[in-house]
Design a binder for this molecule. Structure first.
Ligand code: FES
Length: 164
């Protein structure tokens, strides 16, 4: 699904390119990182523009973006939920936790909710195996998850964002 925002600030984008346009490839990564910081992701329509300015093929820019897991060409949710799929979590019900989070958000792993509130990812190990099964919402780790806690946690998050 292509959910690229229409409202790219092209003026700002060209300013960023100007700051990094040294016509040397080593400037490409900081340039891309800054565009992502500005937009929350790298708009695909920006890729040929960046490539033209740096005098490289768009595939070079796309290749760098694809190489780094932290670079995104789709809008991300304001919150990132990472459910652990490591062995310790798996044997303690991590699969069920992931299934419940997917059901609650109505998205699959790697996807973002339509309202751009959540992006769901899985990770190989969060590093708190003693607290399995575990998940992370943004920077906050939640351990010893169970179906009830998943429901409570996501409900609380929604209430935090409810403007009412
Ligand atoms: S396996 Fe899940 S935290 Fe290590």
């Amino acid at each position: 699904m292509n959910r690229e925002h229409n409202e790219i600030d092209w003026l700002r984008l060209h300013e960023i390119i100007d700051q990094h346009c040294l016509e040397e490839r080593w400037s490409l990564i900081p340039l891309i990182q800054e565009i992502q910081k500005e937009n929350g992701y790298i708009p695909p329509r920006a890729i040929p523009v960046i490539a033209a300015r740096l005098k490289v093929f768009p595939s070079v820019v796309q290749g760098v973006i694809s190489f780094y897991a932290q670079l995104y060409t789709e809008p991300r949710g304001r919150n990132t939920i990472r459910v652990c799929r490591g062995t310790a979590c798996h044997v303690r019900g991590g699969k069920t936790i992931l299934k419940l989070v997917k059901q609650h958000l109505g998205i699959d792993e790697g996807e973002t909710t339509e309202d751009l509130e959540y992006t769901l990812e899985t990770v190989a190990c969060i590093g708190v195996c003693a607290l399995a099964p575990s998940m992370v919402i943004n920077e906050q780790v939640y351990g010893r998850m169970n179906p009830k806690k998943v429901g409570q946690l996501l409900k609380r998050k929604e209430e935090d964002h409810d403007p009412a």
